[in-house]
Write a protein that binds this ligand. Structure first.
Ligand code: GLC
Length: 541
């Protein structure tokens, strides 16, 4: 596979509103990020992904944009942005921004114009349909609401929204709209950013056939519709090919076969993708399923396209809580998951706080939560007469706020995140789990990440190596090799609370590179302790 900087990179995701508040308003901000760049650099990061900070009524935490050219006040202003980019580049890092072009806010001037009358020139920039028998055009649901249609009383038509009512979808069939988006992308690229994380990018094309879905709850009809690849190829031609950038598409509802269409290097669409076979489709850890997913994506993209590796982000509960053990074995488990993500094929992503093993949160009341997906679902279910407490409990594990609590910097008030009132409560475990403590402990999760990142820089096998799962049917151990030229690495992971045995047959001559337990080999190397992770190099005789 040809070599690229974004294949070799490690990406750090900054959910800025929860990262570091520089002005005491309770929200993190761009200047707050600048204050922490040395910390990120120290970890070894190459690329920073920033969640959206465009002007927005903020119904969906910045994913409802009302002006693509203005910075949201909570985040700062254009001067702060320029300074941030400069400071990131000064430290030899790159930056990618969220590109949210499936929908805008309902307060975006384009939408205000579009809804103002049926013959407004921008009517066609959004998707409007007549009622069917006085009702919604069909039975489709949206991500955040019981229907993907909302009636505009004034004009008597429904508009289409894949997410909340306040997030009308743009009509990508309109060429003028597409040019406007490309212009906006060039604006940011010309400011010096190095790429985009593209929000739900495979939702841009809509189905023409509006007949009812058999199962409206399976909302995959919102994605991967005919025309999508034409749009992405056009975007590449018009914008992306003129810059040395990294693009990563957020692509729900895809198999490896379909995924390849988005990232096949010969097709000129996107560089890499986030598929959601794990984060959306595997609610709790399932070893056999996880291995199957890894193997099928590896085979599916092999030599043609590039994958990404992540287990959590701002939409998905923190990995050590959801997929690991955030109790007795939190330290080992966080390290094991890190070792896994950084040795599987694809570019690894770290979501802020993951590198110190931050955990998911459980607040006591729905009032403590802010996530529009969770709140809308709560109200929908309660209005059907379900017991509020039961509904609340059922939504806790997957609430997106699990991973949105403030970054835990130290053990002072509000975990050092803000001098004001944080927009969302801090996880009460910040006195124990925080950056300051991690930096003071040479065995911390932080330094384990740092070591993994260093290894990636020194060993191409971690980036370009072939992948082979040696125990596809083992429910406890995950053992695989990566091989590149004449180097072979063996990764042995015991993802569980019980100890396990691995006999190393065929790998007699080996050298340990990294492990998450210290000096445990005095006894028997074949015994793997709970959540033990080891990386070996296999030596030739
Ligand atoms: C993506 C974002 C999520 C947002 C949604 C709508 O899934 O990651 O946070 O709510 O798109 O833009």
């Amino acid at each position: 596979m040809n070599k690229k900087w974004w294949k070799e990179a490690v990406v750090y995701q900054i959910y800025w509103r929860s990262f570091n508040d520089s002005n005491g308003d309770g929200y993190g901000d761009l200047r707050g990020i600048i204050e922490k760049l040395d910390y990120i650099k120290n970890l070894g990061i190459d690329v920073i992904w920033l969640n959206p900070f465009y002007q927005s009524p903020d119904r969906d935490n910045g994913y409802d944009i009302s002006n693509y050219y203005v910075i949201m006040e909570k985040a700062g202003d254009m001067e702060a942005f320029d300074e941030l980019i400069h400071e990131i580049h000064q430290r030899g890092m790159k930056v990618i921004m969220d590109l949210v072009v499936n929908h805008t806010s309902d307060r975006h001037p384009w939408f205000l114009e579009s809804r103002s009358s049926k013959n407004n020139p921008k009517r066609d920039w959004y998707i409007w349909k007549d009622p069917k028998d006085g009702r919604e055009p069909n039975n489709w649901r949206s991500y955040f609401a019981p229907a993907c249609w909302e009636l505009d009383k004034a004009t008597g038509q429904f508009y289409y929204h894949s997410f909340a009512v306040e997030q009308p979808d743009l009509n990508w069939e309109n060429p003028e709209l597409r040019q406007e988006i490309y212009k906006m992308m060039r604006f940011w690229l010309d400011k010096g950013i190095e790429g985009f994380r593209m929000d739900v990018i495979n939702l841009l094309a809509k189905r023409e056939d509006l007949s009812d879905a058999e199962d409206p709850y399976d909302i995959s009809y919102l994605a991967n519709n005919p025309g999508i690849h034409d749009y992405l190829q056009e975007m590449h031609r018009e914008v992306l090919q003129h810059y040395d950038v990294m693009t990563v598409g957020e692509i729900p509802f895809v198999s490896p076969e379909e995924g390849l269409l988005y990232v096949d290097e010969s097709r000129n669409e996107l560089n890499t993708l986030f598929h959601f076979q794990v984060a959306d489709e595997m609610p709790v850890w399932d070893m056999l399923r996880f291995k199957e997913i890894q193997t099928s994506w590896y085979n599916g993209l092999k030599q043609k396209g590039w994958n990404s590796q992540f287990l959590n982000n701002h939409d998905h509960t923190r990995q050590v809580t959801r997929y690991g053990n955030d109790g007795q074995y939190r330290d080992q488990s966080a390290k094991l998951l890190a070792a896994m993500i950084h040795t599987l094929p694809g570019t690894p992503y770290i979501y802020q706080g993951e590198e110190i093993g931050m955990t998911g949160v459980r607040f006591d009341s729905i009032e403590d939560y802010n996530d529009i997906a969770m709140k809308n679902k709560y109200h929908e279910e309660v209005s059907k007469g379900r017991d509020p407490k039961e509904v609340f409990e059922s939504l806790l594990l997957l609430s997106r706020d699990n991973s949105r609590t403030p970054m835990q910097w130290n053990d002072s008030i509000n975990a050092g995140f803000t001098a004001g009132d944080p927009w969302i409560k801090v996880n009460p475990n910040f006195r124990e789990i925080n950056v300051e403590a991690a930096l003071n402990d040479p065995d911390s999760i932080f330094y384990f990440y740092k070591k993994l990142i260093e290894l990636r820089k020194q060993n191409e096998v971690m980036v370009y190596g072939d992948y082979k799962d040696l125990l596809p049917d083992d429910e406890h151990l995950y053992v695989y090799t990566r091989s590149y030229n004449d180097v072979t690495w063996l990764i042995v992971l015991n993802h569980g609370d019980e100890q396990q045995t691995f006999t190393f047959d065929g790998f007699a001559n080996r050298e340990l590179i990294l492990s998450n337990y210290q000096n445990d080999f005095d006894t028997n190397e074949e015994i793997l302790l709970p959540h033990e992770a080891r990386i070996y190099e296999i030596l030739r005789n």
